[in-house]
Unconditional design. Structure first.
Length: 199
């Protein structure tokens, strides 16, 4: 039986590009800059409809995974257009079907707001990362700044109904899952962040 998250995202997949292209353009420069550091064998969570595929440098060996078959189906043509290796895989980040220490880099983008148990998901990402590998996340989080914290806390009970939570402390979750932080860069206020960590 498909999980609640899987069927939610399957339903959203056909209209996802319509609502997300604007955000993708807004963050393109910051995402491309972060992805320029990616190397080797890469696990990309979550590929969605593949809007970010063109942001990766060419020549990498990338596995783009997602819980939703609908998203993966939309991502096919973008993955096929990548100049390098780009395979697609269906998996739930909380139960990854990859062996220990498989990847040199794990990339996440705009996903940890909606993974039900983020620490369990991050522990799985840590398991499949090589000992000298790197986790590179582009995520929106809660805010320490009072008015924004209040607003994001108020929004979360509503947004949770269709997926994302707006007030997650993803930096704390990264640490709690056993990663060692290398850097945290605020891209927009203290809400949109690039988080880099190692084992
Ligand atoms: C907001 S979309 C982001 C997609 C893409 N990174 C982008 O920015 O366009 C969130 C994605 O996370 C996927 N997702 C949600 N929970 C997941 C899980 N537990 N495991 C794997 N993928 C998941 C969804 O199917 C969806 O494609």
């Amino acid at each position: 039986m498909a999980s609640v998250a899987q069927s939610r995202w399957d339903k959203a997949s056909s209209t996802y590009d319509l609502f997300s292209r604007g955000a993708e353009r807004r963050w393109e420069v910051a995402k491309r800059k972060s992805l320029s550091h990616v190397r080797g064998r890469v696990l990309f969570l979550a590929v969605g409809t593949g809007l970010e595929v063109p942001f990766f440098p060419s020549g990498l060996d990338i596995t783009g995974m997602d819980i939703s078959w609908g998203m993966l189906s939309q991502a096919k043509s973008r993955a096929a257009g990548y100049q390098g290796g780009f395979r697609l895989a269906q998996s739930d980040v909380e139960h990854l079907a990859f062996g220990d220490e498989t990847f040199d880099t794990v990339v996440t983008s705009c996903t940890f707001c909606s993974v039900p148990d983020p620490v369990a998901g991050l522990r799985e990402l840590r398991r499949v990362l090589k000992p000298d590998g790197e986790l590179r996340m582009f995520e929106h989080t809660g805010s320490r700044w009072f008015p924004f914290r209040l607003m994001l806390n108020a929004m979360t009970p509503i947004t949770r109904r269709f997926g994302p939570e707006m007030n997650r402390d993803t930096v704390a979750n990264v640490v709690q899952s056993g990663f060692k932080l290398r850097s945290v860069q605020n891209v927009y206020l203290d809400i949109v962040k690039i988080i880099v960590a190692g084992k």
